[in-house]
Design a protein around this ligand. Structure first.
Ligand SMILES: Nc1ncnc2c1ncn2[C@@H]1O[C@H](COP(=O)(O)OP(=O)(O)O)[C@@H](O)[C@H]1O
Ligand SMILES: [Mg+2]
Length: 405
């Protein structure tokens, strides 16, 4: 339903809503006063677009209207005032969005889509006092080991656990190695075959599915992983990982993915769909070579993602032929995190089937990951606070855009 005062905007909103609702939209001439005059609203009303033009007190009117319409109804305001303060106040009284006229074709449709997506994620408009982070954009961190056994899975589990506790927000770990993954074993959780089906048919993932497949490890940590038979040659169809993650993000804002090195298809898809990527290397020549190759892959398929480099501790750095400075020289960038060797802590985590941050919170491994985790949750995602690695990629993008001119 929509109430619009001027004819030009009315035509535009009608066109947008008409295509979206297959002609079922009810568009009336008038502003918020006309809307407030409605005595009884249809109980299944799910969308209201309302013109705040000519309202004496748009915020008070908006608040009154919001309490009058059914609770689940999305409300989008339009008006002639283009002012951030007004926009914020409208969100504070429960409006889902506000568009200042004149707006482009399709703007209302996009606003509705955005509002729906937020609602599906359980967010809705930012309520006063609520952490805006909870409504921030979905994030996927892919953790990839340059070689086998460098400590990538250990890092993924520990980072996810620390991030959840830090944000007080449920974080989901996904093992994308459907055949030989070790994540569920590390957490003493059951592997589930449904993960493969979900990758095959991501459009069938709903809240119930996620509830059944994501296993709870602790207050803020969930995990899912499979143990497909080695003979079962699973080939992910194009964009499977990306589509899958999109569905998962309706329930979990933060996903940490343990990405296999041995499956180039899934690996590429996961990188493509990630906002953040952590490459873990050991201090060996093959490790550095493969980190360089992965770094190139990340630059090619996910140029906008934040890239972090860590050196793993599964092999003691003191016994390695390659030094951290050699790695930095080869990669032409800083290493963000040096994970120390601590076999006692790693062993005890495996023994109790818990993240290292719980099994051995005093370990140097946890300490080393702390600043990486803090950098991850800097607000604003893409435009987040300065952090290691970030400056370089911003500059690079800046450089690229200069080159284009
Ligand atoms: N920082 C570390 N210090 C000592 N041992 C570690 C460390 N990180 C991992 N390990 C151990 O090394 C082995 C491989 O670790 P894992 O995380 O499975 O590596 P990947 O996923 O890269 O193959 C495991 O036994 C693990 O407990
Ligand atoms: Mg692993």
């Amino acid at each position: 339903m929509a109430f619009i005062a001027d004819t030009v905007t009315l035509a535009r909103v009608s066109a947008d809503l008409f295509s979206m609702t297959l002609g079922k939209a009810n568009i009336r001439e008038g502003n918020v006063d006309a809307a407030l005059a409605i005595g009884e609203w249809p109980r299944d009303l799910d969308l209201l677009v309302v013109d705040l033009a000519n309202a004496a007190d748009p915020i008070a009117d908006a608040a009154a209207l919001k309490t009058a319409v059914p609770g689940g109804c999305l409300v989008i305001g339009v008006g002639r005032i283009n002012d951030v303060a007004l926009y914020r106040e409208l969100l504070a009284v429960g409006f889902n969005d506000y568009l200042a006229v004149p707006f482009a074709e399709g703007a209302v449709g996009r606003a509705v889509e955005r509002a729906l997506e937020l609602r599906q994620r359980g967010g809705g408009a930012v309520a006063p006092g609520q952490s805006p982070l909870k409504d921030a954009a979905p994030r996927t961190l892919s953790v990839i080991g340059a070689r086998g056994g460098v400590g990538a899975t250990t890092a993924a589990v520990t980072i996810a656990a620390m991030l959840g506790v830090r944000l007080k927000e449920e974080v989901l770990l996904i093992d994308f190695d459907l055949h030989y993954g070790s994540l569920m074993l590390a957490l003493d959780l059951e592997a589930i075959d449904a993960l493969r089906e979900a990758l095959d048919q991501p459009d069938r993932i709903d809240a119930l599915f996620i509830q059944q497949v994501a296993q709870k490890k602790s207050e803020f940590l969930y995990a899912m992983g499979a143990e497909e038979a080695p003979t079962n040659g699973f080939q992910a169809r194009p964009h499977a990982a990306g589509d899958f993650l999109k569905s998962i993000h309706r329930r979990f804002r933060w996903v940490v993915a343990d990405v296999p090195r041995g499956d180039p298809v899934i690996q590429r898809q996961a990188i493509e769909a990630s906002t953040d990527i952590l490459l873990v290397t050991d201090l060996s020549l093959p490790g550095v070579r493969d980190t360089m190759r992965l770094q190139q892959l990340v630059h090619d398929v996910a140029p906008g993602a934040r890239l972090y480099i860590a050196t793993g501790g599964a092999i003691d750095a003191r016994r390695s032929a390659v030094k951290v400075s050699d790695v930095e020289r080869a990669l032409k960038r800083k290493v963000d995190c040096q994970i120390p060797a601590d076999s006692a802590a790693a062993l005890s985590a495996v023994n109790v089937g818990k993240p290292l941050s719980e099994a051995a919170p005093a370990s140097g491994i946890v300490k080393a990951l702390r600043s990486l985790v803090a950098g991850l949750d800097s607000p604003g995602g893409e435009n987040g606070a300065a952090k290691p690695g970030k400056a370089a990629s911003l500059l690079e993008r800046f450089g690229r855009s200069l080159k284009k001119k």
